[in-house]
Unconditional design. Structure first.
Length: 294
């Protein structure tokens, strides 16, 4: 029997599970997981942020508060429980609009409804996202218009009454999260189907997530990598992931070794595709909405 969210609590729990499954996925090339920490960002920080987000997620399903206010509350709630800075800013941007449409019946419907709901946002939502960004100290790509890093952006948002949807439309082409928010969550929907398929084939939820992560990494240039190291390095990461995907034998033990090798390579260089990790969270959430049970 297909399981879909029957209550607001179901959706909020699914969002937390999505965050926990993503950070626990191992090995995910270049990112924090159950075996790898960064100097300033640990696996336990992600666990604390995930668990502490439940009240805000539930509030998102139940209330008429704007997405921006809820994203800000999620960041505020998260940092009360750990000393790290940017843990889940990108994930909150993706999950909150989806949670506000929690009773959608399919991943496609959820993605479309979430994007449509953002058209009804106001400039105050944009201001709250800007505050959440500053609070989380997230790293992002520079944009030509309404740059998160610019001191003038707050005034520009107020003067032009730029809502969240319009702001995300102005983001650089490489900003994958912004594209998801205005484009019906196409990558998240696609990868929710992949996770479902990979799990049905393997009966191993960790392997399904790891396999999907590297498929996505082989197809997109991660914005966080671009912002830290430049476009050429991001392209190299994508090419390396594509090489591995094309080399998979179907033998899980051997394939995991390939993923681990790339993981060690990226970790050694300090390269972490954090946006791909965020997109995995929204993908897992939509797979759970679609009835994934492991």
């Amino acid at each position: 029997m297909v399981f879909m969210f029957e209550t607001e609590e179901d959706a909020a729990i699914a969002a937390v599970i999505s965050m926990l499954l993503e950070v626990s996925g191992n090995p995910k090339a270049g990112n924090v997981d159950r075996e790898h920490n960064f100097e300033d960002l640990r696996y336990e920080h992600f666990l604390a942020s995930s668990a502490s987000s439940f009240p805000v997620f539930l509030r998102a399903t139940e209330s008429r508060e704007g997405c921006g206010e809820l994203i800000l509350k999620a960041v505020e709630n998260s940092i009360r429980w750990h000393k790290a800075q940017n843990v889940h800013f990108g994930a909150f941007l993706l999950l909150i609009p989806l949670l506000k449409c929690w009773n959608s019946k399919t991943p496609e419907e959820a993605g479309e409804n979430a994007s449509l709901s953002l058209k009804e946002s106001t400039y105050k939502d944009s201001l709250n996202v800007l505050r959440a960004f500053k609070l989380s100290s997230a790293r992002v790509m520079e944009a030509r218009n309404f740059n998160l890093l610019s001191e003038e952006t707050e005034m520009q948002i107020k003067e032009n009454k730029v809502n969240l949807y319009s702001w995300m439309e102005m983001a650089p082409e490489e900003n994958l999260i912004a594209k998801e928010l205005v484009g019906g969550f196409q990558l998240s929907v696609l990868n929710s189907k992949r996770i479902f398929k990979f799990f049905e084939e393997t009966k191993d939820i960790n392997y399904a997530i790891v396999l999907c992560y590297h498929h996505l990494l082989s197809e997109v240039k991660d914005p966080l990598v671009i912002s830290k190291f430049g476009l050429e390095v991001a392209e190299d990461v994508t090419y390396r992931a594509k090489e591995i995907i094309n080399s998979l034998s179907g033998n899980h033990e051997e394939d995991i070794k390939l993923f681990k090798k790339m993981d060690e390579e990226l970790l050694g260089k300090g390269i972490n595709p954090g946006t791909v990790a965020d997109l995995m969270i929204s993908s897992i959430y939509l797979a759970l909405l679609d009835g994934l049970k492991f």
